[in-house]
Each structure stands twice: as C-alpha cells, then as structure tokens.
Design a protein around this ligand. Sequence first.
Ligand code: HEC
Ligand code: HEC
Length: 456
Amino acid sequence: MAALPALAALAVGFIAAADAPPEPAAVDPARYEDAQRLGLDELISAGRRKFQEPRSLRNDIEGVWGLGPTFNEVSCPQCHPNNGRSAAPGDGREVERGMVIRLSVAGTTSEGGPTPHPHYGDQLQNRAIAGRVPREGQAFVTYREREMRFADGESIMLREPQVTFKNLQFGELGGEAMISARTAPMLFGLGLLEAVPEDAILALARQQRGHAISGKPNYVWDVEAGKTVLGRFGWKATQPSVLQQVAAALLNDIGATSVLFPVDNCPAVQTLCRSDPTTTDCGGVNGGCTGNLIAEVLPSRLRTLTLYIQSLQIPPRPAVLTPQQWQRGEQLFIQAQCAQCHVPELETGDAVAIPALARVSVRAYTDLLLHDMGEDLADSRPDFQADGREWRTAPLWGVGLLPQLNGHSDLLHDGRARNITEAILWHGGEAELSRAAFQRMPKTEREALVSFVAAL
Ligand code: HEC
Ligand code: HEC
C-alpha cells in the first residue's frame, strides 16, 4: 500500500502539472462563492477535506451536520476508499460499504426517470438514525457458481449474484419491484470525461448506428438546468454532471440534502423518517424553523466537493509491458472488437471546470454510450433511456490499479467478476462476438490481452 499517499496527492499535483498557473477567474465565481478569496488549488484541497469528512447528526459536535434520517454510510471514502472502488460483498454477506441496491417500479416520473418504489424510494437505505428512525431493511448477496469453458479446454468458474432482503420495515418489496445492485466505481478522471464535448459522443453513436455494435446515448434529467440532457456518469450514464452526481450521492448514500436535492429521502409511509427533527427542523420536507428549505450541504461545500472530484487525475499507467507486449495486446484488443465500445481515445473541449482539463487527450477506453450487454448482465431495470439490458461502456483506465488501490479486483456493475478474465466472459449481447473471440484464443493470447487491459 506504499503508493497510496502519492495517489491521494494527485488532486493538487494535477493543477501543478499545468503549464501556466491556473487563474482563479477560470472558475465561474457565481458557481463557486469562495472563489473570490480562495485560489483554485485551495478550493480543491477544501473539497478534498469535505470528501473525507464524516457527516453526523445536528447535535453531534464531531463532524458536519447533515446525516440521514436514513442512509447507507456516513462518508464518501467508506464506499470509494482511496478514491477507488468498492468490492462486492462476499457470499452470504450484507450489501454495505460501497454496494447499493437501486429500486423502482414500472413507469417513469415526469422527468423520465424510473418510478421510485412507493415504500422504499429509489435506493434501499440499510441504516438510519439510531433509536429514532427505522432503517429500511437489509440486503444480502449470495452467489451461484457457473462453469465456462475456453476453446482450449480450460475451464473457469464464474459467480452469479442473487440479492435477497431481510428485516424490511415497510412490507415486502412486491413482485413489481425492479432491483439493481451497483458497486461504487473509481472516481479518477471524471473531470476529463465530463469535458468531452457532447458532439464527440454523439458522433460515435452515429458511426456505430446500423452495425452489430451500436451504442446509444442516455438522456437524463438535469436538475439545475431543468431539462433533459446527455447522461455521462453512473453505471447506466444516468447523471449528467459531476455536480449532480455528487449531490445525488450526498442525498441517496448519506442522507444530506443540498440545493439540487433539498428534500430528504422519506417515502410517505415512513412517518418517523418524515417527522424526525433532522428533516423538519430548519430544512427538509416541511421547511422547519424558518418555513424555508435550508439544505444541509451549503452550496459552497457542494461546489468545492465537486471541484475536488473533477480534479482527480487518473493515476499514471504502470509501465509493466514491453513495447512488443503492448503492441500485441493492443492488436488482440482491436481484433476482438473491444475497441468498438472501449474507444481508446477521446479529446476534451474548452468548456471545462478546471483550465488544465481543456483540449487534452483522454485515454479512458469508453465511448460513454449504452450497449446491450445481454441477458446475463441484465438488471431488467430501465433507467431513463437505458433499458434493462443496457450499460454504459465502463472506462478501462485504472482497472489494473485496483489490487494496489483497493486490495481487490472485483469488476462489472455488481462486482461479480473477480478479475479481468471473468469480466470479459460475462460480456454478451452486442459484445457476444468479443466474448466468443476471447474464448477461442489460446492461453498465451488471452494472457496477452488481459495484461494489456491491466496496463491501461
Ligand atoms: C453507500 C456507498 C456510497 C457512498 C457513501 C458514496 N458513493 Fe459514490 N457511488 C456509489 C455507487 C454504488 C455508485 C454507482 C451508482 C450507479 O451507477 O448507480 C457511485 C457513483 C459515484 C460517482 C460516479 C462515478 C462514475 O464513474 O460514473 C461519483 C462521482 C461519486 N459516486 C461520488 C461520490 C461522492 C462525492 C460521495 C460523497 C458525497 C459518494 N460518492 C458517496 C456508492 C457510494
Ligand atoms: C458492445 C460493447 C462492448 C464490447 C464490444 C466490449 N465491452 Fe467491455 N464493457 C462494456 C460494458 C457496457 C461494460 C460494463 C458492463 C457491466 O458493468 O455490467 C464493460 C465492462 C468491461 C470490463 C469491466 C470494467 C469495470 O470497470 O468493471 C472489462 C475489463 C472489459 N469490459 C473488457 C473488455 C474487453 C477486453 C473486450 C474485448 C474482448 C470488451 N470489453 C468488449 C462494453 C463492451
């Protein structure tokens, strides 16, 4: 774990790496209230502290007010340790520390999103303010083994997760409920992905149209703009911006309201949740002491937190491959059509949150589009334009850093794959031919391809 301090320091290093010192004026002062008195570097380090701080109850002097009434964890790093990624729960273990369960029922909201479950909302919160509000319930994951064979006769066991629920406080979920288990992804490089111009992403969708591999953009609700826009973040590209993703994390995962999401997450049947002082006193559902909604997370805090996430640079590639090995791996990656979805290179435009992000090459290995990945990976839960079989092409950069960064190598939206080989073997749908090509490769080629992916 010796490399961790270096990775954690990258936020500030990113700025230092720019040719000229960035000018604070490049940060729109109206969006960052503190910008008048703080420089960009200082705003980012402030955001970094806010990322790490645990949130607590109002009367708790340690920590920052704004937790619950229901929640999953109390801070960002509990799910994104070292700005990285959470592991999947072990067999029979509770869903916590990074994995969350999204819930919905049939139909869409007026904004086009999934209809939250009437009793549990759109995410199961397994924790709540002790002694005052009931937690919603608990989810557990068990695995079924499934054998896969390579053409050369070697076989491998995959594990297929199943989610079960216990201690549900507001009745059974019901047969209508749609359930999606998601692990917490890495947080590096998102400022760059945000800065890829929409036109470039739509151009990829146009190029792919009519082919066997044909991705589509998600269109989602932008709360601040009050309209439907291109989605980029989350496993189904359901969040349009880092800002909104961060605000949604604060609300859904920690229970902290903000200007974007001022109302606590308490469905009507959860009366104690709705009437708890953290919800009603000075903010939350009923407005509280002033009659106005006062969000728990101040706008300046939300902005610096967002800026911190936008500043996180992807850690440098480990130089583990010789140029020949790199070339061979890349060739196999292209031959197996991986690069059709995992597009090696994009470029950012000029509309950026941080000057250093403008006009740079982004080697993220994604097209940011949704693809049908087949029945095995399907969660059967539509989310805006994404149907139950579609997922956003996961960026591959940094995938090989996981063991060092987080002590595991669990991949895919629910962490079911325990390594890169397993992740490829779960590919189906539009990626069926890629998977078949991989299965046919002799062992030396499979290894060459996997080492290449681990080096991206
Ligand atoms: C309870 C666990 C949990 C906590 C706490 C949590 N996250 Fe996450 N985070 C997730 C999961 C799960 C996803 C994937 C969501 C999805 O795709 O539906 C995610 C996704 C994200 C993404 C999008 C990443 C991408 O590649 O698209 C960002 C950014 C993010 N979280 C930031 C934060 C910040 C900032 C905080 C603290 C305010 C935070 N998260 C707290 C679990 C968590
Ligand atoms: C049709 C588009 C498509 C093709 C072709 C494709 N992938 Fe993927 N890939 C995806 C999507 C979408 C995901 C996310 C799926 C999920 O999480 O359920 C993904 C996930 C992955 C992951 C896990 C990443 C993570 O962060 O969890 C790896 C590794 C991967 N792909 C490698 C490959 C390789 C190697 C090939 C070629 C053999 C390939 N993919 C071909 C779309 C594609």
